[in-house]
Design a protein around this ligand. Structure first.
Ligand code: G1P
Length: 293
């Protein structure tokens, strides 16, 4: 019987060192892009796929995430009194789902973070969303991945072609295209040197995982950087059963990188109905100014 993807895991225990000092006292996942924190985009992506349970793996100073997705009685009361119905509705929508928070305890890597969700996910396929990989909300990447996972009853990873100069920042796969944009993966390696990378197909932060990954993670030894790597566990999984990749051709921004974060901000502001005209005009004036001098 096909089990539906009903749960999503959001690893959010990283220290966000690339964004210090902004991330000294508040989590990287709460950095706003236009008017929403990064993790909210990730949650909305899962919401759009009918996922109803959200499991956030947190670390130090992550209280802000919990508060963000909780009821805010005073705020809601004030918004109601002032007649600000639209924003009130949006605020209330954030707290309607079921959220679970698990502390990772020690920064032992992405694989370990996911292993922390074992008791909450149990025996069903689930999504993993890395919220600093920002996917354009108009693209249905996760939805496509769920379809592929249902069809093959297997793990599916999101892939993107990445230039050689950046490939060392990703997990990289080797595989064969078996259908349009669908790859059967034969090997993978975490953050290889450009010269050792098996292809230019990098894993980006969206996964549909089958639950046998937990038992594999339990036995996975620390790898790259001394951390328990999800990529290593997936490599073990593919020796036992097929694992697939879906080549995503839409827009993704690396919100963990300052320039990627700025790009996401500009692009999403240009899509925002109440900002786009004024903001476009402003950007054009900035370009003119820099061209003139
Ligand atoms: C993680 C994964 C890596 C993947 C990347 C996507 O790395 O370990 O395989 O390519 O996410 O963003 P991180 O960026 O957390 O170091």
């Amino acid at each position: 019987m096909i089990k539906k993807v009903r749960k999503a895991v959001f690893p959010a225990a990283g220290l966000g060192t690339r964004f210090l000092p902004a991330t000294k006292a508040s989590p990287k996942e709460m950095l706003p892009i236009v008017d929403k924190p990064m993790i909210q985009y990730a949650v909305e992506e899962a919401e759009a796929c009918n996922i109803k349970e959200f499991i956030v793996i947190t670390g130090k100073s992550k209280r802000a995430i919990e508060d963000h997705f909780d009821h805010a009685f005073e705020l809601e009361h004030t918004l109601k009194r002032k007649g600000k119905e639209a924003i009130l509705k949006e605020i209330q929508r954030l707290s309607k789902h079921q959220f679970a928070y698990i502390r990772q305890g020690a920064p032992l890597g992405l694989g370990h973070a996911i292993l922390c969700s074992k008791a909450f996910v149990n025996d069903e396929p689930f999504a993993v969303i890395l919220s600093d990989d920002i996917i354009d909300p108009d693209d249905n990447l996760l939805g496509e991945m769920i379809k592929i996972s249902n069809k093959y009853q297997a793990t599916v990873l999101a892939l993107q072609r990445i230039p050689k100069s950046e490939i060392h920042r990703y997990g990289v796969i080797a595989g064969k295209e078996i259908d349009k944009n669908i790859y059967k993966i034969s090997d993978m390696v975490e953050k290889p040197k450009a010269s050792d990378a098996p292809s230019d197909l990098a894993i980006i932060g969206r996964y549909i995982l089958t639950p046998d990954i937990f038992n594999i993670l339990e036995k996975t030894l620390p790898g790259k950087g001394g951390e328990i790597q999800l990529t290593d566990a997936l490599k073990t999984q593919l020796k036992r059963k097929p694992v697939y990749g879906y080549l995503f051709e839409g827009r993704r921004y690396d919100g963990g990188d300052k320039v990627g974060y700025l790009k996401a901000t500009v692009e999403l502001a240009l899509k925002n109905p109440s900002l786009k005209d004024e903001f476009r005009e402003y950007l054009e004036s900035v370009m003119k100014r820099s061209n003139n001098g």
